[in-house]
Structure formats: structure tokens, C-alpha cells
Design a protein around this ligand. Structure first.
Ligand code: NCD
Ligand code: ZN
Length: 372
């Protein structure tokens, strides 16, 4: 496939996304629904989505935010707490709309304060997940103060995941947002019941991006960006064709004021251009022919869901990402803000002609409050 001008793919899914709630939800769901047929919805709201009933209600709010004419299926998850009962797992599985339980180590990331301090207290729940074949999705970082922030994934894997998969060998486990060579190797060498998602920002950036000419809050996410050698290991994993790695954007919107703050929130918003950015990565690696499998086949195969049959078209047509989405301090600053993305997703919308952000509309969308 030498320098194609257009690329036809199976419509992809996002196996890890944050769409928040309320006004923010209404702003970001259209972007994900435009890009993806389905998405695994992270449950880290406040209060967390910890029961099947809360997941059902959250799913309705997400569906209400899907633009008419778009088809999008939210795949719900529950937030694992030390109070969860094994019956909840049975109910979640029986609902048909909950597809995993998310383990946040308490203190590891945004809204993880309701998460797990000691996973052995969840043994009965994990056993129920193994029995009902409901995947456990893991934020694989240890929050311990004495562990260096760049080592937290590797240490977590050795201390917690290696023993867990030994104790629950039939458990389906997804190591979310892999960021290190160690994580890639853990997934590769584990049983076929273990998989990993890879974000596009971890494929495109290394930790230098955090300090490029000054402190860059919009490149700050958790797990934090790592050294170049780890980025290269992720690119090799994503583009290598192994079915145990698949697309999960971890698109995580925060308001600009919460990012550009003395204690800025972790999270990068990529939902506006996700598949185009992944196409850039696969093209640079000379592996465009493997993008379809990574973005559209490996995920549903692992989760036991049918592959999508719709197709999408990407054109080699650079476009400029808006400086921000929304107004002033409430705006979201998207990944690549103000810069070019090489590929463009062409969506044949039923109700309106496809609209591509141009430089002029991009600037117009960004109405900043006058500075005093
Ligand atoms: C996520 C968020 O903001 O909810 N942030 C992030 O940096 N990825 C939480 C998470 O997935 O860690
Ligand atoms: Zn996340």
C-alpha cells in the first residue's frame, strides 16, 4: 500500500473512553459517535457508576446525546469498589449492556478515590467475573508515594497483575492504556485471556512533550508519557498484528481551566481526530494495512462481540484542529490544537452534508474571554 490517497476501513470501536456527564457529556459524545460504532465507557463519574442500575441510567444519558442520524452503542462498565457484591457481577452480565468492571487503584488517577486499596478484598467479585466471563479492565499503576511516577506501571504489573492472573487463570483481563515495554511484554507473554489497549497519544508522544519549551499541561495524562524506547515498543505492539493489542483512545476531556491550573488534571482529549491520528502512526510505521485489525477486529474478538460491518473512508487531506472546542475557560483544548492532522475522516451523514473543520471555522469556534 504505497502512499494511498484514501483508505477504507471497517468502522472502528473505541475500547476505552471517558465521556463524563451533564453538559460535558453532551459536548463530547458527538465526537466519539462520529468516529466509532461502539465504545467502552469508563465509569469514573462522581459518584462512580458502581451498579448495573447506575450504568443503565448513564447509558440512557449517553444515548440521548448521540446526534440524530448517527449510530453509536455505548458499552458500559462498572466501577470496582471494595463493597461490590458478586451478585452485582451476575446482574451486570445478565443485563447484556455491561461489558466489564474497571479496577482503579485508589489514588492512581482522576476520580479513583472510590477505588480499590487492597484487591484481595475483591476476591469473591473477581471470582464471579471469572465465572461469568465478565472482563476486568485495569488501570495498571500503583499509587504508592515511594514508587517513581515513571515506574508505576511496571511495578504494578509485577506486584499485582502477575499474582492476579496466576490466581485467576480464566479471568479475562484488559491492561488499559499500556505505556511501557514492560506492559507490552506482560500482555504478549500472558495467556490469550489477557489483552491491552493502546492510546494514540502514547503512540505519538514521548515524555519530552511534557516539557517542550515549557510545561505542557495538555500533554499530561495518566499513566504519564514515557521515554522514547517505550513509545517505540508501543508502536511495534500496535502495528505488529498481534490480536491482543487494540485501540482504546482514553480520550479524557477536562475544561481548560482544570488543565491549565496550579494542580492540573490528567487527561488528553483525542476523540475529535482519533482514527485519523492512529492512521498517521500506522502510516509512519509502514503498516497501514494492519490498522483495520487493530482498530476494528481485535477488540470485538476479545470481548466476544460481532465485528462491525459498516465501512469508513479516510482521505489524505490535511486539516487544522481548532485551538479549542467551546468557549473560554470551559473550552476543551483538543490534541494537536491549532496544528494539522494528515488524514481526514469522511462521514456521510444522513441529515446533513459532511462538514470538515477548516482553519476559518476553527478560529471562530474559539471565543476566548477577554483577558484583563
Ligand atoms: C482519565 C480521566 O481524566 O478520567 N485521565 C487520564 O489521564 N487518562 C482517567 C484515567 O484513565 O486515568
Ligand atoms: Zn481512562
Amino acid at each position: 500500500m504505497s502512499d494511498p490517497a484514501a483508505l477504507f476501513l471497517t468502522r472502528p470501536d473505541d475500547w476505552h473512553v471517558h465521556v463524563r456527564d451533564g453538559e460535558m457529556l453532551r459536548r463530547v459524545v458527538p465526537a466519539t459517535a462520529r468516529q466509532f460504532a461502539r465504545a467502552i465507557i469508563m465509569p469514573n463519574l462522581v459518584p462512580p457508576v458502581a451498579t448495573t442500575e447506575l450504568a443503565r441510567q448513564y447509558r440512557e444519558r449517553i444515548l440521548a446525546a448521540v446526534p440524530s442520524g448517527a449510530s453509536f452503542e455505548p458499552l458500559m462498565t462498572l466501577y470496582l469498589t471494595e463493597n461490590m457484591s458478586p451478585d452485582e457481577v451476575a446482574e451486570a452480565k445478565a443485563s447484556g449492556m455491561v461489558h466489564g468492571v474497571k479496577w482503579y487503584p485508589a489514588g492512581a488517577t482522576t476520580h479513583s478515590q472510590f477505588g480499590v486499596e487492597n484487591i484481595s478484598r475483591c476476591d469473591a467479585v473477581v471470582a464471579a467475573m471469572e465465572e461469568h466471563d465478565l472482563p476486568l479492565l485495569v488501570h495498571a499503576e500503583t499509587p504508592e508515594f515511594d514508587v517513581d511516577v515513571f515506574d508505576r506501571e511496571a511495578v504494578f504489573i509485577d506486584r499485582h497483575l502477575v499474582p492476579l492472573v496466576a490466581r485467576f487463570p480464566r479471568l479475562r483481563l484488559v491492561v488499559e492504556h499500556l505505556t511501557t515495554r514492560h506492559g507490552v511484554q506482560f500482555v504478549r507473554d500472558a495467556s490469550a485471556r489477557v489483552a491491552g489497549t493502546i492510546t494514540v497519544h502514547h503512540l505519538l508522544l514521548n515524555r519530552n512533550a511534557l516539557f517542550a519549551g515549557g510545561l505542557r499541561p495538555h500533554s499530561f495524562c495518566l499513566p504519564v508519557l514515557k521515554r522514547e524506547e517505550h513509545r517505540l515498543a508501543l508502536v511495534e505492539a500496535a502495528t505488529g498484528g498481534n490480536p491482543r493489542y487494540f485501540l482504546g483512545t482514553d480520550s479524557a476531556p477536562h475544561r481548560r481551566r482544570d488543565k491549565e491550573a496550579a494542580c492540573g488534571c490528567a487527561g488528553v482529549f483525542t476523540a475529535h481526530a482519533a482514527i485519523e491520528l492512529y492512521a498517521e502512526v500506522f502510516e509512519s510505521a509502514g503498516a497501514l494495512e494492519r490498522l483495520d485489525a487493530f482498530a476494528s477486529f481485535h477488540g470485538p474478538d476479545f470481548y466476544g462481540l460481532p465485528r462491525n460491518t459498516q465501512r469508513i473512508r479516510l482521505e489524505k487531506h490535511p486539516w487544522r484542529v481548532p485551538d479549542c472546542l467551546g468557549n473560554g475557560d470551559d473550552a476543551i483544548v483538543p490534541f494537536r490544537a491549532g496544528e494539522l492532522v494528515k488524514w481526514r475522516l469522511v462521514v456521510e451523514e444522513r441529515s446533513a452534508p459532511a462538514r470538515v473543520p477548516s482553519e476559518s471555522t476553527a478560529r471562530f469556534q474559539c471565543r476566548q474571554e477577554p483577558s484583563s
